[in-house]
Ligand binder design. Structure first.
Ligand SMILES: CC(C)(COP(=O)(O)OP(=O)(O)OC[C@H]1O[C@@H](n2cnc3c(N)ncnc32)[C@H](O)[C@@H]1OP(=O)(O)O)[C@@H](O)C(=O)NCCC(=O)NCCS
Length: 194
């Protein structure tokens, strides 16, 4: 059977199969599982984190150069903590054969609960994967540390992140401070009341 075909307004030829392929290859958020990270997947967690630092350097307090220098032991330890620690949990968006496409970590640090490392791969954004990750982390925080406020730092340029945090009840709690690794860039603290 001949497939419908023709020419696009820009002159590119198309067939219905081409359209089907494109539709099939589009990332679909419903096929993504949000779950706690696993210790054994430390190489994937390392790769995800390095991709995040490379793609959105102004979103994080750390840098690609800094973390590229970590040895395997450090990545193994980070993954073990994220999967098993009673005071730190890492959550990932798992696209199955597509690998890990997002992550967030929530930890108790010096007596305060803190959100770190929120990131979703750019082509998967806008499908509430960030919201699902944050909600999973916040559920863990609420059940592990009931009644405690949750803190985070955000660069005001990360408008989507700020909107996401505000939608979950985080409010700006402090004036801008230097981001640290990039002169002229800032971050500020947001807090979700307990
Ligand atoms: C912040 C981030 C994790 C959100 O991930 P996501 O999967 O796109 O999140 P969601 O789909 O749940 O959307 C979150 C908010 O961003 C908005 N948004 C998402 N995609 C958007 C797009 N393409 N254009 C405009 N707004 C968009 C959503 O509308 C939503 O806001 P709303 O609830 O007011 O509608 C992602 O944008 C990211 O990784 N950014 C770079 C890293 C970063 O800023 N991390 C935060 C460090 S503090």
């Amino acid at each position: 059977m001949a497939l419908p075909s023709g020419t696009r307004h820009n002159g590119e030829p198309f067939t219905a199969l081409g359209g089907l392929r494109r539709a099939t290859l589009m990332p679909v958020a419903s096929a993504i599982t949000v779950r706690r990270s696993r210790s054994a997947e430390w190489p994937s967690l390392r790769e995800l984190r390095l991709r995040a630092l490379e793609s959105d350097p102004l979103a994080f307090g750390s840098t690609l150069a800094e973390e590229k220098a970590f040895d395997d032991e450090r990545w193994r330890h980070r993954a073990l903590e994220g999967s098993e620690s009673p005071t730190l949990s890492q959550w990932v968006a798992d696209a199955g054969p597509g690998g890990l496409v997002g992550s967030v970590t929530i930890a108790e640090v010096e007596g305060r609960l803190h959100v770190f490392g929120m990131w979703v791969e750019p082509r998967y954004r806008g499908q509430e994967i960030g919201a699902r990750l944050l909600d999973a982390g916040l559920r863990w925080a609420r059940s592990t540390f009931p009644g405690r406020p949750v803190h985070l730092d955000v660069n005001p340029r990360q408008v989507r992140a700020v909107r996401l945090y505000e939608s979950r009840g985080f409010r700006r709690a402090a004036p801008d401070r230097p981001l640290g690794h990039t002169p002229g860039e800032t971050r500020y603290e947001m807090v979700l009341p307990g």
